[in-house]
Design a protein around this ligand. Structure first.
Ligand SMILES: [Fe+2]
Length: 258
């Protein structure tokens, strides 16, 4: 009976979603509605979206699919957002629906899920990571982006890496050296900026055993082949170079300051 109710709720929420009025998920939609929303990255980190009555949704981008041309091509952006990211959202909702509801009620936000990630099956780890990482990634790019960071983030980069050029070199190296699929990150760890990478859809917020990267994300780069193969084929280095032309440093600074 409970399963049937849960299923009904899921279907009901899917129907509500199509009208764009679902309340919990509006955090994401609001976050991506406008580039002027300086709190957008904070909203992602606070995203409280899921419980038995609610579902995750695909965030809208603050720019059009062709807005990052010629650096990131329109076809890649559209497929990446509409197909790949949507796939993580759809599969996360399916994975959550099949879980013990006590576990979900105690873990309503993505951050809470990441803190207890070892209690969840791989279907949640992979798809919650995929949803969070991509949601963050879209905000970290913008048309006419690139250039240099400013303010306190620029100061911290200079302090912890010596110079912006040295930071770019180390971040690019981390992007290139991640074998297979994964993400490169700039995070705040124990009050210091640290560069690293994670495999698959893991992220630095996940409490996983081992030496993996931990910290609060400031910058993220998707280095899965689906992020660049249509335009760059096997040339990941060209894609990383393109990324520097679209980085949204204002968003990164907001994350750093939050
Ligand atoms: Fe991706």
């Amino acid at each position: 009976m409970e399963n049937s109710n849960t299923r009904r709720n899921f279907l009901k929420q899917t129907a509500i979603l199509s009208t764009g009025t679902i309340i919990g998920s509006s955090l994401f939609n609001t976050a991506f509605a406008s580039e002027k929303n300086t709190n957008s990255e904070k909203h992602i980190l606070e995203a409280a979206i899921v419980n038995a009555e609610d579902i995750y949704t695909l965030p809208k981008l603050a720019y059009s699919y062709d807005a990052l041309e010629p650096h990131i091509d329109v076809t890649t952006m559209e497929i990446h957002h509409k197909k790949h990211h949507q796939g993580y959202v759809t599969n996360l909702n399916k994975a959550i629906e099949s879980l013990d509801k006590n576990l979900i009620d105690q873990s309503k936000t993505l951050e809470n899920i990441f803190e207890k990630i070892s209690k969840f099956p791989d279907s949640v780890r992979n798809n919650a990571g995929g949803h969070y990482n991509h949601s963050l990634f879209w905000t970290l790019m913008k048309p006419n982006g690139g250039g240099n960071p400013k303010g306190k983030l620029a100061e911290a980069i200079n302090k912890d890496f010596g110079s912006f050029e040295e930071f770019k070199k180390q971040f690019s190296d981390a992007s290139m050296k991640r074998f297979g699929s994964g993400w490169a990150w700039l995070v705040v760890q124990d009050g210091k900026l640290v560069i690293g990478s994670t495999a698959n859809q893991d992220n630095p917020l996940m409490r996983l055993r081992g030496k993996g990267l931990k910290g609060k994300p400031v910058l993220a780069l998707d280095v899965w082949e689906h992020a660049y193969y249509l335009k760059n084929q096997n040339r990941r280095a060209d894609y990383v170079t393109s990324f520097w032309n679209v980085v949204n440093w204002d968003a990164a600074e907001n994350l750093f300051n939050s």
